[in-house]
Design a protein around this ligand. Structure first.
Ligand SMILES: Nc1nc2c(c(=O)[nH]1)N=C([C@H](O)[C@H](O)COP(=O)(O)OP(=O)(O)OP(=O)(O)O)CN2
Length: 138
């Protein structure tokens, strides 16, 4: 099986409102996302998918949601926070942990990629030393 990977970067703020420590405070991350797709053979262009097409799909499905926004779980304290600000907010059903963001990204990309490739792996860095991964294990 062949795979290719493209790196993306986005800046976002969030807070983990149920966190027992510092992460309940609003703070920002320079996220780094690696998107890996796979297929058995290249297509007639000798590619799995054109990196440029992959970039436009990830931009539309992921970066447009997350880049330079405030990501918050929809709950009462966060809605009160919204009332104090005109910030652009991406509302989440769950706390915006790296785990939940990976599942959001998985669901967004699985439906948007061409059927000729499979979403194989996602790797999301929240800080230089903290990251999560999702892998398509049949
Ligand atoms: N399993 C998870 N744990 C934590 C998450 C998460 O998404 N999943 N997120 C956070 C915070 O957002 C935090 O900003 C990142 O945590 P941490 O790696 O502890 O960040 P530090 O910069 O403080 O790490 P150091 O290694 O101490 O520099 C918390 N937990």
């Amino acid at each position: 099986m062949l795979s290719i990977t493209k790196e993306f970067r986005f800046e976002a703020a969030h807070r983990i409102s149920n966190h027992g420590g510092d992460c309940k405070n609003l703070h920002g991350h320079s996220y780094i996302l690696y998107v890996t797709v796979s297929a058995e053979e290249p297509d007639e262009q000798d590619m799995l998918i054109d990196f440029k097409l992959l970039k436009s799909i990830v931009k539309e499905q992921v970066l447009n949601h997350f880049d330079h926004v405030l990501i918050l779980k929809r709950n009462k304290p966060n809605e009160a926070l919204q009332a104090l600000t005109d910030q652009k907010i991406c509302w989440f059903e769950h706390e915006p942990t790296v785990e939940r963001m990976l599942l959001f990204i998985r669901d967004a990309l699985i439906h948007a990629l061409p059927t000729t490739v499979q979403l194989y792996k996602l790797k999301l860095y929240e800080t230089a030393s903290s990251f999560g991964e999702w892998e398509n294990k049949p």
